[in-house]
Design a binder for this molecule. Structure first.
Ligand code: ZN
Length: 282
């Protein structure tokens, strides 16, 4: 079985060394990475973690800054990193839909250079909403043309607060999915709870191209969420949010659950490979 982590963040060494400068330039980045203890990783660290954990491939992105110049810098690093480790990384392009023209140009350039998806977009920090359809239309059209997934951050709207907990959740994610039924969408962090609504038949029918990644699960939910949600939807992607969560530890916890072998295979890599195989650079 090829294990794929669908959610990892990497940064160039210069960005890590000068994180205060980036904090001054982006308030959402400041919120997430302002504390010196907040973990950041280079591609070398990610690859070492993958090797240690037995992870074959990782979907990788930087940070979705509000400023398109910073997005471009991050994308350049991510694409270069992916080229350095052939076959190990699936690079995604981070752009800001609130700057539609620039975002479209950059996303297309990245897809031409081998990016295999768009994301993880950050509505709260970038200044768009999940129903800002005029801003999102060009990017969604591009993603359909290249047959690549779009990943947009959402999170649960109840429970404890943490830095980075934003205001968009399952309701907004659902409206977005209804508006773009032909796009493959990935909603991180269990879609903020959207999969629970798939117990409603009409909701499940409408979300056939929506996938949920499990990033940061261990901070949010009891592990039972895997077995529960897997009992009514197949569209789950194992993702860690590395370096926030250790790949090795997360993998050990998921493997310790009593998931049927075919479920485990889908969650840990089968679904990811199916989505990622469709498009990219075509
Ligand atoms: Zn993330």
């Amino acid at each position: 079985m090829q294990v794929i982590d669908f959610h990892t963040h990497i940064f160039a060494p210069e960005v890590i060394a000068q994180r205060e400068r980036y904090c001054q330039r982006d308030s959402w980045f400041q919120l997430l990475y302002g504390k010196p203890k907040a973990r950041m990783a280079t591609v070398e660290k990610l690859i070492a973690s993958m090797d240690e954990a037995g992870v074959a491939g990782s979907v990788v992105f930087g940070f979705a800054f509000a400023d398109m110049g910073l997005c471009r810098e991050g994308n350049a690093y991510v694409l270069e990193a992916a080229a350095r480790y052939p076959g190990r990384l699936f690079p995604f392009a981070a752009v800001n839909p609130a700057c539609p023209k620039e975002a479209l140009r950059e996303a297309r350039a990245c897809l031409e250079k081998g990016a295999q998806g768009i994301g993880e977009l950050m509505p709260d920090g970038q200044g768009f909403t999940l129903t800002s359809f005029e801003m999102l239309d060009p990017l969604m059209e591009l993603a359909r043309a290249y047959e690549v997934p779009v990943m947009i951050h959402v999170n649960e709207q109840v429970g404890h607060y943490y830095a980075g907990k934003g205001k968009f959740g399952p309701r907004e994610a659902y409206l977005l999915a209804l508006h773009y039924p032909e796009n493959t969408l990935v909603f991180p962090h269990w879609g903020g709870g959207l999969p629970f609504y798939e117990l409603m038949p009409e909701v499940q029918a409408a979300l056939q191209r929506v996938y949920y990644d499990t990033a940061a699960t261990h901070y949010l939910y009891r592990d039972a969420i895997f077995e529960q949600v897997a009992s009514w939807t197949k569209r789950i992607l194992w993702g860690t949010d590395y370096p926030l969560i250790s790949q090795k530890r997360s993998l050990r916890r998921v493997r310790a659950l009593r998931l049927a072998p075919e479920v485990l295979e889908r969650v840990l890599g089968g679904n990811a490979l199916a989505i990622l195989a469709r498009g990219g650079g075509s």
